[in-house]
Design a protein around this ligand. Structure first.
Ligand code: COA
Length: 262
C-alpha cells in the first residue's frame, strides 16, 4: 500500500475522520527535512491544535523511508541560529502537542526521525525500520530532549549505544526496548497505524487529552528546559571543526577521520 500523498508537496497533509495525516514526502533525498518542511509541519501541528475536528495526528514517511533526518547540506550551509529556527519550533510544537500523536515508521529513521518518536504516543514500525541517532558521529550532540527521554525510556546502556556510537536499532530490538508499540510487514504497517489512529479519534476527546497530559506529566518532566539546552549546544557544535569534517565526509562518501582532534 502506498502511503504517500499523490501531490508533490514535501510535507503532505490530509484530514479524514478526525485524523490529520502529516506525510514526509521527499523521496529523492530519503525524506531529509529542510527548514521549510519543518515550518510546514509546525503549521500542521498548529492546525491540529486549533481544529476541533482533528482528534489525532498521524505522522508518516513513505513505505520505505521515514526520514534521513535534518538535511545535512542545508545544515552546513544555513545552520539554525536561534530558538526561532524552524527545527527548534518543530521540537517545541511536537513536544507540546495536546492531542495524541501516532507515528508509522519504516526504513531509515535517522536523527530527528528517531527523536521525534519520543514525543509520539503510539509508534508502529515496519520490519525494515532502522532507528539511528548519529549526532555524535556528525560532531553534534543529542536534540529533541533525547538525552533525557531516551535513557528514561530504554535505559542508559542502550541509550548510550545509540547516542554515543550512533548505532542503528532494528524494529524488533526497538519493540523489545519499548521504543515502538509493534512491528508490522511493510504492507500492513500503515493500515494498522491508521486503524489505531481512527480508534483513538473515536475515544472521548477531552478524556484522551487529559490522559495524555497525565501520562506525559511525569515521563516528560524537564523536557522544555532540556530541548533549549541541547539546542544551544547543537548550534555551537555545528560550527566546530569536528562537525565540518563529519559533514564533508558524508558528502564525499567516505568515513570521517577525527584522529587530528583532541
Ligand atoms: N541530508 C541531505 N541529503 C541526504 C540525507 C540528509 N540527511 N540523507 C540522505 N541524503 C541524500 C544523499 O545525499 C543521496 O543524495 P544523491 O542521490 O543526490 O547523492 C540520497 O539522499 C540517497 O542517500 P544515500 O546515502 O545514497 O542512501 P543510502 O541508502 O546509501 O543510505 C542513509 C541511507 C540514511 C544511511 C544515509 O543516507 C545517511 O546516513 N544519511 C544521513 C543521515 C544523517 O546523518 N542525518 C542527520 C542526522 S542529525
Amino acid at each position: 500500500m502506498t502511503i504517500l500523498a499523490s501531490n508533490d508537496e514535501l510535507i503532505s497533509t490530509a484530514k479524514e475522520a478526525g485524523v490529520l495525516r502529516i506525510g514526509i514526502n521527499r523521496p529523492d533525498k530519503l525524506n531529509a527535512i529542510t527548514p521549510q518542511m519543518y515550518a510546514d509541519m509546525v503549521a500542521a501541528l498548529q492546525q491540529a491544535e486549533e481544529d476541533s475536528e482533528v482528534r489525532v495526528v498521524l505522522i508518516h514517511g513513505s513505505d520505505t523511508c521515514f526520514t534521513s533526518g535534518n538535511d545535512l547540506l542545508d545544515f552546513a550551509e544555513h545552520p539554525p541560529t536561534g530558538e526561532d529556527s524552524p527545527v527548534f519550533q518543530f521540537l517545541i510544537a511536537i513536544s507540546r502537542a495536546t492531542k495524541p500523536l501516532v507515528a508509522a515508521v519504516n526504513g531509515p529513521a535517522v536523527g530527528i526521525g528517531t527523536t521525534m518518536l519520543l514525543h509520539c504516543d503510539l509508534v508502529y514500525a515496519g520490519e525494515a525500520t532502522k532507528l539511528q541517532t548519529p549526532f555524535v558521529n556528525l560532531g553534534l550532540c543529542p536534540e529533541a530532549a533525547s538525552s533525557l527521554l531516551l535513557p528514561r525510556l530504554i535505559g542508559y546502556p542502550r541509550a548510550a549505544e545509540m547516542l554515543l556510537l550512533g548505532q542503528p536499532m532494528d524494529a524488533d530490538t526497538a519493540c523489545a526496548a519499548g521504543l515502538v508499540n509493534g512491528v508490522f510487514s511493510t504492507s500492513k504497517l500503515f493500515p494498522h497505524a491508521l486503524a489505531q489512529a481512527q480508534l483513538l479519534a473515536k475515544q472521548p476527546p477531552a478524556a484522551v487529552r487529559l490522559a495524555k497530559h497525565l501520562l506525559r506529566k511525569n515521563s516528560a518532566a524537564g523536557v522544555p528546559e532540556v530541548i533549549v539546552e541541547e539546542c544551544q549546544y547543537f548550534m555551537e557544535r555545528l560550527s566546530t571543526p569536528e562537525a565540518a569534517e563529519a559533514f564533508k565526509a558524508f558528502f564525499e562518501n567516505r568515513a570521517a577521520d577525527f584522529s587530528q582532534f583532541n
